[in-house]
Design a protein around this ligand. Structure first.
Ligand SMILES: Cc1cc2nc3c(=O)[nH]c(=O)nc-3n(C[C@H](O)[C@H](O)[C@H](O)COP(=O)(O)OP(=O)(O)OC[C@H]3O[C@@H](n4cnc5c(N)ncnc54)[C@H](O)[C@@H]3O)c2cc1C
Length: 486
């Protein structure tokens, strides 16, 4: 049995480990040069860090999983492997096409895999709502701030503001403070009343959250130690500056996140780190034909199998519920992808997963963006930064063309057609244009997942193995094994 796992974050590492324990031959691919995904981004080995675990939860779990997959004789770990296409086949899991090598370098190696089963564990990227001035240098996604703190120990700015929604703001503020920034405040858009109502209701459904209490207590203690104020019902509604950010306006918002006039205050700052939640990286699942739920996650059954036989999904792809949920789902996906037998360990993972589903549902209900955010936009606010499309252009072109299909709206406005292919602006564009499009298209569909050089495409075509027999599956083409490439 051969299993390919795409993504080496908590979900993918747990999936690879479970599939190995169930007896499969596993290939673990990740576009990053390190194992660990977003949660365990860390200093490069060349830094010889004595305190790698600083800024990390469950670092011991990561070390054990990483050791297991890199040392197991039946596991090939391929770092710097960007999967850019899943090609559907007549039977079995799709053919996996990857390029191996530094991002956007020429002559990357072509890797083609025909596994018996596939686990998708591609995670999410953070979502940022636009506001006037958000394109100024010095305004970052909170995820970028966290990634730089964890993998470089670099603090963005010396006087930082953290804003947006959700518990992710807490570790970001903590990391900034620990890497040397002064954090002027954390501004959570959800109001206190909505937080109490959302998290206080039906507490018996929140057993998973109990396990997160020590982590939360650590953040609260860190905020007190570093004197970081935490304010609810407030949002950054404008960033000011000429060449870079110099100040932000923060306003109180109502329960719909609409700013309340007359409550604005301005704070001088040199770094603004913003996150309004996460968007799953759905493109491979969509390319493989997996069903996507109404709330835009990959639909899976109790075994983490998607609507396509032989394709499993785990982690943020199936719902945003944090690294513990990703670990539990990954263990199930890997185990069932490898046809593992029932076991007590898998029963425990299933129960943990079910508890985290409730936690993730609550997280989404309490902190997901409310429609009032559009009221802090102006006509000249950039929405799609790659193609420089403003709010005014987007809405006026929509009314001029009377188009109700997203494809034609994208073509006429150019929003979402730039280098990020809508990863940053896609959901915002959809909300501004009206969400339900007559053509049923969404901004998550990207059949070619990442930019590919024409020369690399030609190489891929030359190296293409025949597609007919899926049961010659699992072979590595053209290299026999890539073990140790980590
Ligand atoms: C920028 C960022 C920072 C975060 N930091 C924290 C944090 O500090 N604390 C916290 O509690 N939560 C954090 N989160 C949330 C966190 O990601 C999850 O809780 C957890 O890591 C989810 O695990 P996962 O395995 O589903 O996804 P990830 O950890 O995101 O792993 C997905 C992996 O898939 C790989 N991948 C994606 N697409 C491809 C492809 N086409 N080809 C090859 N590889 C691919 C990625 O490189 C990545 O390594 C962060 C999220 C983001 C986006």
């Amino acid at each position: 049995m051969t299993v390919v796992v795409i993504g080496a974050g908590p979900a993918g590492l747990a999936a690879a480990s479970a599939a190995l324990r169930a007896g499969a031959d596993v290939t673990l691919l990740d576009s990053s040069d390190q194992l660990g995904g977003q949660f365990w981004r860390h200093l490069p080995d060349s830094a010889h860090a004595a305190k790698q675990h600083v800024l990390h939860h469950k670092w011991g779990t990561f070390e054990a999983l990483a050791r297991e997959v890199t040392q197991h004789p039946s596991c090939s770990v391929v770092a710097n492997a960007q999967v850019w296409l899943l090609e559907q086949r007549a039977a079995g899991a799709p053919r996996v096409h990857a390029h191996v090598g530094p991002v956007d370098s020429g002559g990357r190696e072509t890797l083609t895999l025909d596994p018996h089963a596939l686990v998708l564990a591609t995670g999410a990227h953070d979502r940022t709502l636009p506001f006037p001035g958000w394109t100024l240098p010095g305004v970052y996604t909170a995820g970028a701030a966290q990634a730089l703190a964890k993998s470089e120990r670099i603090a963005l700015g010396s006087r930082a503001v953290v804003a947006g929604a959700g518990p992710f703001l807490l570790p970001v503020a903590q990391s900034l403070a620990l890497t040397g920034a002064r954090v002027l405040g954390v501004y959570e858009a959800t109001t206190t009343a909505a937080l109490l109502r959302g998290w206080g209701a039906k507490p018996w459904q929140l057993t998973a959250a109990v396990g997160k209490m020590p982590e939360l207590a650590g953040y609260v203690a860190g905020h007190v130690r570093h004197s970081i104020p935490y304010r609810t019902g407030r949002a950054v509604v404008e960033a000011h500056g000429t060449d870079r950010v110099e100040a932000v306006t923060i306003a109180r918002v109502d329960e719909t996140w609409a700013p309340i006039a007359g409550t604005e205050t301005t704070i001088e700052t040199d770094a603004v780190c913003v996150s309004h939640g996460f968007t799953p990286r759905l493109e491979l699942a969509i390319a493989a034909g997996c069903t996507i739920s109404a709330d835009r996650f990959v639909e899976v059954d109790a075994r983490q199998q998607t609507s396509i036989r032989g394709i499993y999904a785990a982690g943020e792809l199936t719902g945003i519920a944090g690294a513990d949920a990703a670990l539990a789902e990954g263990a199930l996906a890997g185990h069932f992808a490898a046809n593992g037998p029932r076991s007590a360990h898998i029963g425990r993972a299933a129960r943990a997963r079910d508890r985290f589903i409730d936690f993730g549902t609550r997280l989404d209900a309490v902190h997901s963006p409310r429609r009032g955010w559009t009221q802090w936009l102006r006509n000249d606010t950039t929405i799609c930064r790659c193609e420089e499309v403003t709010n005014g252009e987007l809405t006026s072109i929509q009314s001029q063309t009377a188009s109700c299909g997203l494809r034609s709206l994208k073509l006429s406005t150019r929003a979402g057609l730039g280098i990020c292919q809508g990863r940053i602006c896609g959901r915002n564009v959809e909300e501004l244009l009206g969400e339900d499009f007559a053509d049923g298209v969404t901004t998550d569909r990207r059949p070619i997942v990442s930019p590919v050089r024409i020369g690399d495409l030609a190489d891929a075509a030359a190296a293409e193995p025949p597609t007919e027999d899926p049961h010659t599956a699992g072979d590595l083409h053209p290299r026999e094994t890539l073990k140790g490439t980590s």
